[in-house]
Design a protein around this ligand. Structure first.
Ligand code: GAP
Length: 442
């Protein structure tokens, strides 16, 4: 059963605290396109930075790449997107709404939301027709079919077409991987659930090139590593599960596929896909470009087309998952306390510095501490309003530590550190604050 209240509260918090805003809001918004505000941009950057650290910096066998969004149109013929990246679309002739024919059971009739499309007496659904999800545009000044280019619907293809470039310039050997974070665009028929399914989004994809025959072993290894990453960024393990694709679900390129799913308020949904793509991609690009994509293994003196194990996650979707996972409400002294219990390493602001009162020299000491801490990690200075209210504002922002400068600070050079999750306060030396917070960010 979809828990719409939690999502509504989260969307409202995201706007109130500056995580996510509707795109072009002053013009009424643009369908399923969202902007990240000051806290949201930090949160999403932390997601991408941790992914990059785990996938590129922490490994000797993966290289980074940043390919362009616009690519030669033949890429999308080779990849199968021109012919097959389609969803079945049905229109309602009565209310003019459009739905995915294969997702009708999850949709509401706009005329009567308690019913599914087609169930209301006046509904008149058309036969399904295939609709390509790629956004088309034109390159150069002339809008003609010869100048059609597409906004990439996935980042993966930029990796395949650069595979030889990276291999040669980095002097890697198979098995090795290429990782990329970047925007992708899909003209989704039924986007929704806030930033879960949007038309413009960011992907974090890694393609791992392996010798045929070793693919199943690497597939299992990558499944394990990727699941562990979600545990490391703090998601509740019980809300994560595997979904194995059955024969009818498998994408045209996949020999095997598993999704990592999360239990959202609107049900279990995919956050990342792990695919054994075999030699489909390099084989197709070899065929369409006429360029050899084979790998020569010098030690074994053999040539082969590597198989690819792909890990593909959405940065926006992971950001939403973290927000949903972290959101909670508690009753404290007759009031509702809203908390984002984000992992300290993921939280947008790591520490807030708060003078207890705006006098007696406290702001001066607090500002000095704040100016020192901000050179090491994102901090916030707040001297406005009652201390309880300031703590609550930081709870909603997901800030794990509030450092308060009080009377004792001036006499003993100590401060209190208030912990977001337990609300427990402890007193530590003023000089120790930086190291104290830093130790807890990993
Ligand atoms: N290269 C393989 C690929 O793109 P996918 O399952 O279509 O596979 C991978 O997408 C991930 O990208 C998904 O698990 C999801 O996190 C994210 N994603 C896909 N479509 C999205 C959309 N419309 N909005 C937000 N994220 C999306």
């Amino acid at each position: 059963m979809a828990d719409t209240t939690t999502m509504e509260k989260l969307v409202s918090l995201c706007k109130r605290r500056g995580f996510v805003f509707q795109s072009s809001e002053i013009y009424g918004g643009l369908g399923s396109v969202w902007d990240y505000g000051p806290l949201g941009v930090e949160l999403k950057r932390n997601v991408k930075d941790r992914w990059w650290r785990a996938m590129v910096h922490a490994r000797d066998d993966i290289e980074g790449l940043d390919a362009a969004i616009l690519m030669h149109p033949k890429v999308w013929e080779a990849s199968g997107h021109v012919a097959g990246f389609t969803d079945p679309l049905v229109d309602c002739k009565t209310c003019k709404a459009r739905f995915r024919a294969d997702k009708l059971a999850e949709c509401q009739c706009p005329q009567k939301p308690s019913k599914r499309p087609g169930e209301h007496s006046t509904c008149e659904l058309t036969e399904p027709r295939m609709f390509n999800l790629m956004f088309k545009t034109f390159m150069g000044p002339v809008e003609e079919s010869a100048s059609v280019v597409y906004l990439r619907p996935e980042t993966a293809q930029g990796i395949y077409v650069n595979y030889q470039n990276v291999l040669q310039s980095s002097r890697q050997k198979v098995p090795f991987g290429i990782a990329q974070i970047g925007k992708a665009f899909r003209n989704e028929i039924t986007p929704g659930n806030f930033i879960f399914r949007t038309r413009e989004f960011e992907q974090m994809e890694m393609q791992f090139f392996v010798k045929p025959g070793t693919d199943e072993e690497w597939f299992e290894r990558w499944r394990g590593l990727r699941l562990a990453w979600y545990h490391e960024i703090g998601l509740v393990p019980e809300r994560i599960r595997w979904h194995q694709h059955g024969p009818t679900e498998l994408a045209h390129y996949a020999r095997a596929a598993y999704d990592i799913e999360y239990e959202f308020p609107f049900g279990w949904q995919e956050i990342e896909g792990i695919h054994n793509r075999g030699d489909f991609d390099l084989g197709r690009h070899q065929e369409y470009s006429g360029k050899k994509m084979e790998y020569f293994d010098q030690a074994a003196n053999e040539r082969y087309l590597p198989y690819i194990i792909e890990t593909s996650a959405g940065a926006d979707r992971v950001t939403l998952t973290l927000l949903v996972d972290a959101y909670r409400e508690e009753q404290v002294e007759g009031e509702t306390r809203v908390v984002l219990g984000l992992h300290p390493g993921i939280a947008p602001i790591k520490a807030a510095v708060l003078p207890l009162v705006k006098k007696d020299g406290m702001p001066e000491v607090a500002l000095e501490l704040y100016n020192d801490l901000r050179t090491h990690f994102p901090c916030f200075y707040d001297d406005a309003g009652a201390i309880g209210r300031r703590y609550r504002r930081m709870d909603e922002a997901g800030t794990p530590f509030c450092v308060t400068v009080d009377g004792q600070t001036l006499t003993e050079r100590t401060v209190t550190v208030r912990h977001r999750d337990t609300m427990i306060q402890e007193r530590i030396a003023l000089e120790a604050v930086g190291a104290y917070v830093r130790e807890r960010l990993t």
